[in-house]
Design a protein around this ligand. Structure first.
Ligand SMILES: [Zn+2]
Length: 207
C-alpha cells in the first residue's frame, strides 16, 4: 500500500514512499531559495542529515521492537529542508518517528501520535530543556511533552509498553489498549502517576 507523509513544520517535511528492501534516505535542500540562508548547508549539510535519518530510523525500530518484516514498508524517505533551526536533531527524531509509527488506521488521537514522537526523542536523550517538567500537566494528553513523560512512566511499569502500543495501533486505536496492556484504564494510570508525584489531577480528556 502506498504511504505518503507530508509532515510540515517550519524546518522540514518528510515524504516516504513504498515498498521494498533497504531504505534510501534523500535530502532536498530548498534553503538556497531563501536569500542569505545557507546555514543548513554550512552548519549541518545533507550528508550528515542522511546519517542522522539512518541513525534515527534504527533507534526508532529498536524502540518499537520491530524486525525488518514488521516495519512499515517505506523504501525511501525524503527530507525537504525549508529553513534552519538549532534544534535540528531533536526535530528530526520527532519527524522520523512519524514516518515509522502506526496511526491506528487514522483513529489514533493527534496528541498520542505526537506524544509517541516526543517519547522517542526523550528516549534518545534529545528532550529540549524548555520542555515542561516530568510529571507536569493536568491531563495525560495535555501536550506532547506531558504525554511523552507519561508514556515513559507507563513503559517503566511494563518494559516494551510503547512498542506494544504502537503495534496494537496498526489497524485501530482505543484508549482501552492501555487497560489491555496494564490492567487499568489510562485515566487510572494518570491518577496513579500524579498521586505518586503528589500533583493535581484532572481526568477529563481533551477532544
Ligand atoms: Zn509531530
Amino acid at each position: 500500500m502506498s504511504r505518503t507523509h507530508f509532515l510540515g513544520v517550519a524546518l522540514l517535511f518528510l515524504v516516504a514512499f513504498p515498498p521494498a528492501h533497504a531504505v534510501k534516505y534523500r535530502v532536498v535542500d530548498r534553503t538556497g531559495y531563501i536569500t542569505g540562508c545557507n546555514r543548513f548547508k554550512t552548519e549541518i549539510g545533507s550528508f550528515y542529515t542522511r546519517q542522522l535519518m539512518r541513525a534515527a530510523s534504527s533507534f526508532i525500530w529498536l524502540t518499537f521492537n520491530e524486525s525488518i518484516g514488521e516495519r512499515k514498508d517505506h523504501d525511501q524517505v525524503t527530507l525537504v529542508i525549508h529553513g534552519f533551526q538549532w534544534s535540528f536533531r531533536k526535530i528530526l527524531f520527532h519527524e522520523m518517528t512519524h514516518v515509522w509509527q502506526q496511526y491506528g488506521n487514522g483513529k489514533a488521537p493527534r496528541g498520542l501520535v505526537n506524544g509517541i514522537a516526543d517519547y522517542m526523542r526523550l528516549r534518545a536523550g534529545l528532550a529540549p530543556k524548555k520542555w515542561a517538567q516530568r510529571g507536569s500537566g493536568l491531563r495525560w494528553d495535555e501536550s506532547y511533552a506531558v504525554m511523552a513523560y507519561f508514556l515513559d512512566h507507563c513503559n517503566g511499569l511494563k518494559n516494551g509498553f510503547v512498542a506494544e502500543l504502537n503495534s496494537l495501533m496498526e489497524d485501530d486505536y482505543s484508549d482501552e489498549f492501555f487497560s489491555v496492556m496494564l490492567g487499568k484504564t489510562v485515566d487510572e494510570f494518570w491518577m496513579d502517576y500524579k498521586t505518586e508525584l503528589d500533583l493535581p489531577v484532572e481526568l477529563s480528556k481533551v477532544e
